[in-house]
Design a protein around this ligand. Sequence first.
Ligand code: C6P
Length: 413
Amino acid sequence: MSHAQPASDSVLLDVRADFPALDQSVNGHPLVYLDSAASAQQPSSVIDMVAEYQAHDHSNVHRGVHTLSHRATEAYEGARDKLVRFVNASSRSEIVLTSGTTESINLVAQSFCRPKIGPGDKILITHLEHHANIVPWQIVCEQTGAELVVAPIDDRGQVKPDELRALMTDDVFLLGIGHVSNALGTVNPVKEIVRWAKECDIAVLIDGAQGVPHMNVDVQDIGCDFYAFSGHKMFGPTGTGVLYGREELLEAMPPWKGGGDMILEVRFDGTVYNELPYKFEAGTPNIAGVIGLGAAVDYLTNLDLDRVAAHEHYLLSYLMDKLGAVDGVRLIGTAETKASVQSFEIDGVHPHDVGTILDHQGVAIRTGHHCAMPVMDFFGVPGTARASLAMYNSVEDVDRLVDAIDKAKQIFA
Ligand code: C6P
């Protein structure tokens, strides 16, 4: 990896003890969890917060006058306030609580794009995207007659900047681009890309599922119109997520789902929708999950995401050096700027077999196409083995991974 390696291991954090799930043996070995890109483990503070809420404060939100409903509403809306500060949105109206990145992107496709696009319009994405940032655009293109255009990548797994810029033509309505590739770890220079898009008057959605867990994100500084992310990848509960949207755009968008809580008044001759952000939050939400997500924001903020990034950057460099030196291992995804993810293949061993043999040694990685089939096609593989790091991983975890790979090679020699 050509990006500078931090000078010393003094940047390393030691937070493993905060995560109870890591304190166990799997198949007779202490667990090494290298699958945080799929879903990250939760610190005790998140687990305890959810349990506390469930045990004492649970009720529905925004509905009751009684004490428990007030407590639940206060905690739920308190989590939204934390999320506002976490990504530096300008107001609470800009933080729509969803079930995750996937729902956030579908909301933009259906509510922002669908009413405004038709034949002759284009949606631009890149070859690096997760299926959640491909399929919603395919669906809206089918619905409207618009065209989906894909910007190419190079052999290191980087979007080709000149080609991306050349595809930013007048007829492009929206660019959907990942902040960090889940399959390869490539970090896209999103601020610069948004600047190019804005010169062409193109709206930009950033898929931040793999961004927010690993670096400070300031949506106003980036200048994007939408930023989508999931709670469970940032050490919070599953079934929670966020769509950040610029208020002016959200204000003009019609609701996507109808039901309770997203209305002010319902009559058979017409319904008045609620104000932002509730207009987009139909039905009883994942109250406990969102409260847990607020605790995850507290955890990350207290730790300081710049320190998390430095820790992971050191470990990723170490991992790439060690893994890259193993005979018969090919690293897939070697971008100049990367975060926390490394895909690889071992000569003559199917990725699923690699995953199984590693699991027998207590090492958890993900194998397969990682919901990024076009990336796999590009590299000519059916799937990869993928190790993904978080702030609770250590140099010893990487050493255990490499030892386990050596064993896998011996078994298949
Ligand atoms: N990637 C992975 O193992 P949801 O499922 O809505 O929380 O997140 C979808 C999603 C969207 N974009 C990116 C870049 C992602 O990485 C993911 C989820 C997991 O890589 C599960 S496929």
